[in-house]
Ligand binder design. Structure first.
Ligand SMILES: C[S@@+](CC[C@H](N)C(=O)[O-])C[C@H]1O[C@@H](n2cnc3c(N)ncnc32)[C@H](O)[C@@H]1O
Length: 207
């Protein structure tokens, strides 16, 4: 049967904690799998802020949302919508504190990070491979995420050490987690130690 994948485990941990109507963040919208999951989990009355630096990723996310609920175009409200409201932000997640309205700070129920790169996404302008998440901006976003979360809120961070640049980012995230004060968060690590270079998951519950 096997154990749950890292991404399924992230969704499981979030869904166990989310209440309908919550405000949540997808820090890396990509193809929109987590954005759609979050929009369903919070339901009508809830709101998802979804960040990505790639327009192509946001377009994929929008398409996925429209296919799932044709009346749920991002930015559109109303009782007829099956999903929570989704606000697509063409911005880096390091801008999270500035982009998520002040009234939601300290009240966000869940923040999901799926680091690395978007499979099948466009290459960087320099032709230097895909657009990947980077240590500096990831750590800035993680700091902001902890400030935005409500007490009892959850952050999930899927970490990918297997691609070029991924090892540096994974080490930076590992160090950041190790330095977190124990009285501020409870931290969980979900990992397949026999699969070298495979993704792993951190989950943080804010105290
Ligand atoms: C692994 S993919 C996300 C997959 C997505 N969660 C899904 O369900 O399809 C990582 C995404 O992070 C995005 N990204 C890279 N740097 C970013 C940043 N600073 N802020 C927000 N998104 C970023 C990439 O463009 C890419 O789409």
């Amino acid at each position: 049967m096997g154990f749950l994948s890292v991404l399924t485990m992230a969704q499981r941990l979030v869904s166990e904690r989310l209440a309908p109507g919550a405000t949540v963040v997808d820090a890396t919208a990509g193809g929109g799998v987590d954005t759609l999951f979050l929009a369903r989990a919070v339901g009508p009355g809830g709101r998802v802020y979804a960040f990505d630096v790639q327009e192509a990723a946001l377009a994929r996310t929008k398409k996925r949302l429209l296919e799932a609920a044709p009346s749920a175009a991002p930015g559109v409200g109303g009782a007829a919508r099956a999903l929570g409201e989704v606000v697509l932000l063409h911005a880096g997640h390091e801008e999270m504190a500035a982009r998520v309205p002040l009234e939601a700070h300290g009240r966000v129920g869940a923040i999901m990070f799926n680091l690395g790169y978007l499979p099948g996404g466009p290459e960087t302008a320099e032709g230097a491979g895909p657009i990947i998440t980077k240590p500096d901006t990831t750590l800035a976003a993680l700091d902001a995420a902890l400030r935005l979360l409500a007490p009892g809120g959850i952050a999930t961070i899927a970490v990918y050490p297997g691609h070029e640049g991924g090892q540096d980012e994974a080490a930076a995230v590992d160090d950041w987690i190790a330095a977190l004060p124990e009285d501020a968060v409870q931290a969980l690590l979900y990992r397949f130690p026999k699969r070298t270079g495979s993704p792993y998951l951190y989950a943080l519950e804010k105290k």
